[in-house]
Ligand binder design. Structure first.
Ligand SMILES: [Zn+2]
Length: 330
């Protein structure tokens, strides 16, 4: 007992020195950021609730925070934000209640994860502990996690996006999945321009939601990110098309393919550079229609902000990925 008391001041001095040295340096690297998050996921996972579910909820909230102006940026490592009525309890007269006892009394979800006697919605430990406790209430099967998420977010597409992120994390056993690939191998001939919002020839008054990459028939088309194949099949506008959802709430749409890669099927997990199909000119008519326009890949990107999904211009991303790939080859 006396020994540990004597150790305490030097321990505090050490921590102080350590943290002040760390804060004197620049922003943490991407690697350090991801490692810091991973430590929280592992700390609050359990046999019943594997880390990737906690990681997926956190990542989803980080994604929507980045594209929504009505969500304030959360400080700290974890991005999960509990609405006050959920944290403190719907009928709690104190919306900013952080006392575990009265929160529990008013049926609030807020818990004290780091055992400092305060259930603080801005504290990463308390937030992770609370989310883990909430999800675990429902059970531990995929179905029960989905039910918990549906009750919490009240939106099917949100549940789908979170489950997509969880499956990708589980598959790769990693959250460092930022890498991207250009959809067409850069050794092939191709051309594309930024034509965002241009009107189009077929299908009425639709605007062009994407970038057309012109290339020869049969040139391989590749996944641009880590993701899950959500849609594969025929659409009268897009022809043979594939839709892939990634961990950044982005849906990647590849249309007018000549044919698909043989092994690719709905539900598959892909990584950047995986061949998913081949350039063609399918679409603009009934199933199997082809040759109504020059062969090209129509590439679209859609972002889910937790309320709706909207198209955004893929051209800047394409330019960046092409440049990165050309530089990597040098
Ligand atoms: Zn197009």
């Amino acid at each position: 007992m006396r020994r540990s008391l004597l150790l305490l001041p030097s321990l505090i001095a050490f921590i102080f020195l350590f943290t002040s040295v760390a804060s004197a340096e620049e922003q943490p690297t991407r690697e350090e950021q991801l490692n810091a998050r991973m430590r929280y996921y592992i700390k609050y996972e359990s046999i019943m609730l594997p880390w990737y579910y906690l990681a997926a909820v956190d990542q989803f909230e980080r994604n929507i925070e980045q594209v929504r102006t009505d969500i304030p940026e959360k400080k700290g490592v974890i991005s999960i934000k509990f609405p006050y009525e959920v944290w403190a309890g719907m009928l709690n007269p104190n919306k900013e209640d952080t006392a575990p006892r009265s929160i529990t009394f008013f049926n609030g979800k807020g818990r004290d994860g780091n055992q400092d006697g305060i259930a603080d919605p801005d504290n990463d430990d308390d937030v992770m502990y609370t989310m883990a406790a909430y999800l675990s209430e429902y059970g531990h099967t995929e179905k029960s996690i989905k039910k918990a998420l549906m009750n919490y977010y009240g939106r099917k597409q949100t549940v789908n996006q979170i489950m997509t992120i969880a499956k990708i994390y589980k598959h790769f056993q990693n959250i460092h999945l930022d890498e991207h690939a250009f959809p067409i191998p850069v050794e092939h001939n191709f051309s594309y321009r930024g034509t965002w919002g241009a009107s189009r020839g077929w299908g009425g008054r639709r605007i062009h939601e994407g970038t057309d990459l012109f290339a020869d028939y049969g040139v391989p088309v590749r996944a641009t990110s880590y993701g899950i194949v959500e849609i594969k099949g025929w659409n009268k506008y897009g022809g043979w098309r594939i839709g892939i959802r990634d961990i950044h709430n982005t849906y990647h749409y590849f249309a007018h393919l000549a044919y698909f890669s043989k092994e690719i099927k709905k539900g598959d997990i892909v990584k950047p550079g995986d061949v998913i199909g081949y350039v063609g000119s399918s679409g603009y008519g009934k199933k199997g229609t082809s040759g109504q326009f020059p062969p090209h890949l129509h590439y679209g990107m859609y972002k889910d902000n937790g309320r709706n999904e909207w198209a955004f211009d893929p051209y800047p991303s394409l330019k960046l990925w092409e440049k990165q790939e050309r530089e990597a080859r040098k």
